[in-house]
Design a protein around this ligand. Structure first.
Ligand code: SIN
Ligand code: FE2
Length: 215
Protein backbone atom coordinates (compact mmCIF):
# COMPACT_ATOMS: atom_id res chain seq x y z
CA UNK A 1 0.00 0.00 0.00
CA UNK A 2 1.40 3.34 -0.94
CA UNK A 3 0.46 6.48 0.90
CA UNK A 4 1.20 9.49 -1.18
CA UNK A 5 0.79 13.07 -0.08
CA UNK A 6 -2.30 13.41 -2.26
CA UNK A 7 -4.25 12.50 0.88
CA UNK A 8 -3.79 15.92 2.40
CA UNK A 9 -5.27 17.63 -0.60
CA UNK A 10 -8.36 19.72 -0.14
CA UNK A 11 -9.91 21.87 -2.79
CA UNK A 12 -9.84 25.62 -2.96
CA UNK A 13 -13.44 26.89 -2.98
CA UNK A 14 -14.18 26.94 -6.70
CA UNK A 15 -17.16 25.82 -8.78
CA UNK A 16 -17.07 23.48 -11.75
CA UNK A 17 -20.13 23.15 -13.93
CA UNK A 18 -20.50 19.53 -15.05
CA UNK A 19 -23.93 19.84 -16.65
CA UNK A 20 -26.71 22.30 -17.42
CA UNK A 21 -27.93 21.91 -13.82
CA UNK A 22 -25.05 20.02 -12.22
CA UNK A 23 -22.05 21.45 -10.40
CA UNK A 24 -19.09 20.53 -8.23
CA UNK A 25 -18.71 22.95 -5.31
CA UNK A 26 -15.08 22.41 -4.39
CA UNK A 27 -14.36 22.65 -0.67
CA UNK A 28 -17.94 23.63 0.16
CA UNK A 29 -18.09 21.23 3.15
CA UNK A 30 -14.50 21.69 4.36
CA UNK A 31 -15.37 23.98 7.26
CA UNK A 32 -18.24 21.74 8.42
CA UNK A 33 -16.35 18.45 7.97
CA UNK A 34 -15.31 17.87 11.59
CA UNK A 35 -18.84 18.49 12.85
CA UNK A 36 -20.29 16.20 10.21
CA UNK A 37 -17.88 13.42 11.20
CA UNK A 38 -18.66 13.80 14.90
CA UNK A 39 -22.37 13.43 14.10
CA UNK A 40 -21.72 10.37 11.94
CA UNK A 41 -19.99 8.75 14.93
CA UNK A 42 -23.20 9.25 16.92
CA UNK A 43 -25.41 8.05 14.07
CA UNK A 44 -23.45 4.82 13.64
CA UNK A 45 -23.80 3.91 17.30
CA UNK A 46 -27.59 3.88 16.74
CA UNK A 47 -27.75 2.56 13.16
CA UNK A 48 -24.44 0.88 12.29
CA UNK A 49 -22.89 0.71 8.82
CA UNK A 50 -23.83 -2.54 7.08
CA UNK A 51 -23.22 -4.20 3.73
CA UNK A 52 -26.59 -4.58 2.05
CA UNK A 53 -27.60 -7.23 -0.47
CA UNK A 54 -28.79 -6.16 -3.91
CA UNK A 55 -31.94 -7.64 -5.48
CA UNK A 56 -29.56 -9.63 -7.71
CA UNK A 57 -27.99 -11.26 -4.63
CA UNK A 58 -24.70 -9.37 -4.52
CA UNK A 59 -23.27 -7.91 -1.31
CA UNK A 60 -22.47 -4.22 -1.77
CA UNK A 61 -18.81 -3.31 -1.19
CA UNK A 62 -19.90 0.05 0.22
CA UNK A 63 -21.08 0.10 3.87
CA UNK A 64 -24.31 2.05 4.36
CA UNK A 65 -26.35 3.69 7.05
CA UNK A 66 -28.90 6.51 7.04
CA UNK A 67 -30.28 9.36 9.05
CA UNK A 68 -33.45 11.37 8.55
CA UNK A 69 -37.13 10.50 8.17
CA UNK A 70 -36.45 7.96 5.43
CA UNK A 71 -33.49 5.69 4.80
CA UNK A 72 -32.52 3.94 1.58
CA UNK A 73 -32.25 0.18 1.91
CA UNK A 74 -31.72 -2.80 -0.34
CA UNK A 75 -32.34 -6.52 0.00
CA UNK A 76 -33.39 -9.47 -2.18
CA UNK A 77 -36.86 -7.92 -2.53
CA UNK A 78 -35.61 -4.66 -4.03
CA UNK A 79 -34.52 -1.11 -3.29
CA UNK A 80 -36.75 1.17 -1.25
CA UNK A 81 -36.98 3.97 1.29
CA UNK A 82 -38.11 3.05 4.77
CA UNK A 83 -38.71 5.05 7.97
CA UNK A 84 -37.43 2.02 9.92
CA UNK A 85 -33.89 0.65 10.04
CA UNK A 86 -34.33 -3.06 9.20
CA UNK A 87 -31.44 -4.00 11.54
CA UNK A 88 -32.64 -2.19 14.66
CA UNK A 89 -36.36 -2.17 13.80
CA UNK A 90 -36.39 1.42 15.02
CA UNK A 91 -36.54 4.75 13.18
CA UNK A 92 -33.28 5.95 11.65
CA UNK A 93 -31.42 8.54 13.76
CA UNK A 94 -32.65 12.10 13.21
CA UNK A 95 -30.96 14.17 10.55
CA UNK A 96 -28.70 16.58 12.46
CA UNK A 97 -29.52 20.25 11.92
CA UNK A 98 -25.99 20.86 10.53
CA UNK A 99 -26.56 18.23 7.84
CA UNK A 100 -29.84 19.80 6.80
CA UNK A 101 -28.37 23.30 6.71
CA UNK A 102 -25.34 22.23 4.68
CA UNK A 103 -27.49 20.35 2.13
CA UNK A 104 -29.84 23.29 1.79
CA UNK A 105 -27.10 25.84 1.32
CA UNK A 106 -25.25 23.67 -1.22
CA UNK A 107 -28.49 23.23 -3.18
CA UNK A 108 -29.12 26.97 -3.03
CA UNK A 109 -25.57 27.66 -4.21
CA UNK A 110 -26.26 25.38 -7.18
CA UNK A 111 -29.48 27.22 -8.05
CA UNK A 112 -32.05 24.98 -6.31
CA UNK A 113 -34.00 26.93 -3.73
CA UNK A 114 -35.85 25.47 -0.80
CA UNK A 115 -34.34 22.00 -0.89
CA UNK A 116 -36.02 19.95 1.82
CA UNK A 117 -34.18 16.63 2.09
CA UNK A 118 -36.02 13.86 3.93
CA UNK A 119 -33.38 11.19 3.39
CA UNK A 120 -29.68 11.17 4.12
CA UNK A 121 -27.71 8.13 3.00
CA UNK A 122 -24.23 7.73 4.45
CA UNK A 123 -21.88 5.57 2.37
CA UNK A 124 -18.57 4.29 3.71
CA UNK A 125 -15.89 3.18 1.24
CA UNK A 126 -12.61 1.45 2.03
CA UNK A 127 -9.96 0.87 -0.67
CA UNK A 128 -11.37 -1.38 -3.41
CA UNK A 129 -15.01 -0.46 -2.70
CA UNK A 130 -16.98 0.92 -5.62
CA UNK A 131 -20.47 1.92 -6.64
CA UNK A 132 -21.57 0.71 -10.06
CA UNK A 133 -23.11 3.10 -12.53
CA UNK A 134 -26.74 3.81 -11.58
CA UNK A 135 -29.52 6.40 -11.59
CA UNK A 136 -31.13 7.63 -8.38
CA UNK A 137 -34.70 6.68 -9.22
CA UNK A 138 -36.24 5.32 -6.02
CA UNK A 139 -37.52 8.76 -5.02
CA UNK A 140 -41.13 9.77 -5.72
CA UNK A 141 -40.17 13.34 -6.61
CA UNK A 142 -37.51 13.97 -9.24
CA UNK A 143 -37.93 17.74 -8.95
CA UNK A 144 -35.63 17.93 -5.95
CA UNK A 145 -31.88 17.82 -6.62
CA UNK A 146 -29.31 15.45 -5.14
CA UNK A 147 -26.60 16.82 -2.87
CA UNK A 148 -23.56 14.62 -2.37
CA UNK A 149 -20.78 15.42 0.13
CA UNK A 150 -17.33 13.77 0.00
CA UNK A 151 -15.12 13.26 3.07
CA UNK A 152 -11.91 11.32 3.66
CA UNK A 153 -9.74 9.72 0.98
CA UNK A 154 -10.22 10.75 -2.66
CA UNK A 155 -12.59 9.08 -5.10
CA UNK A 156 -13.10 9.11 -8.84
CA UNK A 157 -16.76 9.98 -9.44
CA UNK A 158 -18.21 9.03 -12.81
CA UNK A 159 -20.89 11.25 -14.24
CA UNK A 160 -22.63 10.01 -17.37
CA UNK A 161 -25.75 10.81 -19.32
CA UNK A 162 -29.39 9.76 -19.33
CA UNK A 163 -28.56 6.48 -21.06
CA UNK A 164 -26.28 3.97 -19.40
CA UNK A 165 -24.09 3.84 -22.49
CA UNK A 166 -23.61 7.63 -22.76
CA UNK A 167 -20.13 9.06 -22.46
CA UNK A 168 -18.97 9.52 -18.86
CA UNK A 169 -16.69 12.10 -17.35
CA UNK A 170 -14.39 11.20 -14.45
CA UNK A 171 -14.38 13.76 -11.65
CA UNK A 172 -11.85 13.45 -8.82
CA UNK A 173 -13.50 14.27 -5.49
CA UNK A 174 -11.62 15.06 -2.29
CA UNK A 175 -12.46 15.81 1.35
CA UNK A 176 -14.91 18.72 1.49
CA UNK A 177 -16.14 18.64 -2.12
CA UNK A 178 -19.89 18.72 -2.77
CA UNK A 179 -21.63 17.69 -5.99
CA UNK A 180 -25.18 18.87 -6.73
CA UNK A 181 -27.27 17.66 -9.67
CA UNK A 182 -30.93 18.25 -10.44
CA UNK A 183 -33.38 19.55 -13.03
CA UNK A 184 -32.49 18.28 -16.50
CA UNK A 185 -29.48 16.46 -15.00
CA UNK A 186 -31.41 14.77 -12.17
CA UNK A 187 -31.54 11.33 -13.85
CA UNK A 188 -27.96 11.17 -15.08
CA UNK A 189 -26.13 7.90 -14.50
CA UNK A 190 -23.31 8.10 -11.98
CA UNK A 191 -21.03 5.88 -9.96
CA UNK A 192 -17.74 5.62 -8.09
CA UNK A 193 -14.68 3.77 -9.46
CA UNK A 194 -12.86 1.39 -7.09
CA UNK A 195 -11.31 3.51 -4.35
CA UNK A 196 -7.51 3.59 -4.43
CA UNK A 197 -5.44 2.88 -1.31
CA UNK A 198 -4.79 6.07 0.55
CA UNK A 199 -4.81 7.48 4.06
CA UNK A 200 -6.65 10.57 5.21
CA UNK A 201 -5.40 12.47 8.24
CA UNK A 202 -8.78 12.24 10.03
CA UNK A 203 -10.55 9.26 8.48
CA UNK A 204 -7.60 6.95 7.81
CA UNK A 205 -8.26 4.54 4.94
CA UNK A 206 -11.87 5.56 4.45
CA UNK A 207 -14.05 7.69 2.31
CA UNK A 208 -17.43 8.81 3.58
CA UNK A 209 -20.08 10.12 1.22
CA UNK A 210 -23.24 11.76 2.50
CA UNK A 211 -26.06 11.92 -0.04
CA UNK A 212 -29.16 14.05 0.57
CA UNK A 213 -32.38 13.43 -1.30
CA UNK A 214 -36.04 14.23 -1.10
CA UNK A 215 -37.71 10.83 -0.85
C1 SIN B 1 -24.35 7.66 -4.53
O1 SIN B 1 -24.52 7.72 -5.74
O2 SIN B 1 -25.26 7.30 -3.75
C2 SIN B 1 -23.02 8.00 -3.88
C3 SIN B 1 -22.04 8.70 -4.74
C4 SIN B 1 -20.72 8.90 -4.03
O3 SIN B 1 -20.35 8.11 -3.15
O4 SIN B 1 -20.00 9.85 -4.38
FE1 FE2 C 1 -26.52 7.65 -6.55
Amino acid sequence: MSTIDLFESESAPTREKIGEEAIVLRGFASAAANDLLAKIKEIETISPFRHMTTPGGFTMSVGLTNCGQLGWTSDRRGYRYSPIDPITNKPWPQMPEEFFRLARSAAHEAGFNDFNPTACLINRYTPGAKLSLHQDKDEPDFNAPIVSVSLGIPAMFQFGGLDRSDKKINIPLVHGDVVVWGGVDRMRFHGVLPIKSNVHSILGEQRINITFRRA
